[in-house]
Design a protein around this ligand. Structure first.
Ligand SMILES: [Zn+2]
Length: 294
């Protein structure tokens, strides 16, 4: 089975192109309402968090349990009144609003109040999450708070640089230095969406979420990552795509053998010190890569 999706874009202007892909992805959603990938049962402490953060943390918490790592939320969603009380206590404790800002924010600025931050413990669990959290888009965001995590990167991509401390950010009620865009879906143009969507659902162990009469088919391929979507167009796939999916597999050779048997085409093998991958094409000619996990 394929896991660990990463989208790679061939370009010299990475940041700008990623932004335009996300915007293009949003534009492709017009007219459809794909079902959100909500986990069956959420981890303790996730009530009131945004669905994206609750889902990402639940995936991380499940993996932590599997690896025998202790991890729990010590503070998640806070009410306005709770944060107001914390802010008042902070000002009293540190002597002034400007001194208190290093450790606590007023309710209109706290990402805990908007359900977009979690504090975790114990310290060993937080350290584990700091190392592995980016798999689900979770990052430690402040130098002075080892416990505070937010959803600030695309699952699998590196975390943005940490901010020195709460008081040194330029803060606002909406968002504090980080991403405001979340990758929801990667959409592929094709002349025949349904068979291609079924093929990808099968290869990834995923499931088709919505068919929309065959013109826009969505596939859930992982619990935390973006959906795949297949959108009907009149033009056949013209040649090498300018965006591709990178997968990792625990048993790479076996995964590739299975994909070839299922109708994928072999394009190339690449090998460099410490990293080897195979380029394949799906039945429509869309190229993607499979590398060894870990
Ligand atoms: Zn926090």
């Amino acid at each position: 089975m394929l896991t660990g999706i990463l989208v790679r874009v061939n370009t010299t202007r990475v940041a700008k192109t990623v932004a335009s892909i996300l915007i293009a992805g949003a534009a492709a959603c017009i007219g459809t309402a794909p079902a959100a990938a909500v986990p069956v049962s959420s981890a303790p402490g996730t009530a009131g968090l945004t669905p994206a953060l609750a889902s990402a943390y639940t995936s991380a918490w499940t993996e932590a349990k599997r690896e025998g790592v202790q991890l729990s939320i010590t503070s998640g969603k806070r009410s306005w009144a709770q944060q107001q009380q914390m802010w008042r206590d902070g000002v009293a404790q540190y002597g002034s609003a400007s001194a208190a800002r290093r450790w606590v924010l007023p309710p209109n600025e706290s990402t805990h109040v908007s359900g977009r931050a979690i504090d975790v413990g114990p310290r060993t669990g937080a350290a584990w999450l700091e190392t592995t959290g980016r798999r689900w888009g979770l990052c430690r965001t402040f130098d002075n708070e080892w416990w505070h995590f937010e959803l600030v990167t695309i699952p699998g991509l590196p975390c943005p640089p940490r901010l020195p401390a709460l008081d040194e950010m330029s803060v606002g009620p909406d968002r504090v230095g980080g991403m405001t865009l979340t990758a929801a879906m990667i959409t592929v143009d094709t002349t025949d969406p349904l068979p291609l969507a079924r093929w990808w659902a099968q290869q990834t162990g995923g499931e088709i979420l919505a068919e929309n009469e065959g013109w826009f088919v969505t596939v859930k391929i992982s619990d935390a990552g973006p959906l795949l979507a297949f959108q009907k167009t009149a033009d056949p796939t013209p040649g090498k795509n300018r965006i591709h999916l990178d997968f990792v597999a625990d048993e790479r050779a076996a995964a590739i053998e299975g994909l070839l048997a299922a109708g994928a085409t072999h394009v190339a093998d690449h090998d460099m010190p410490g990293f080897a991958w195979t380029v394949l094409a799906d039945p429509d000619g869309n190229q993607f890569c499979v590398a060894q996990h870990g």
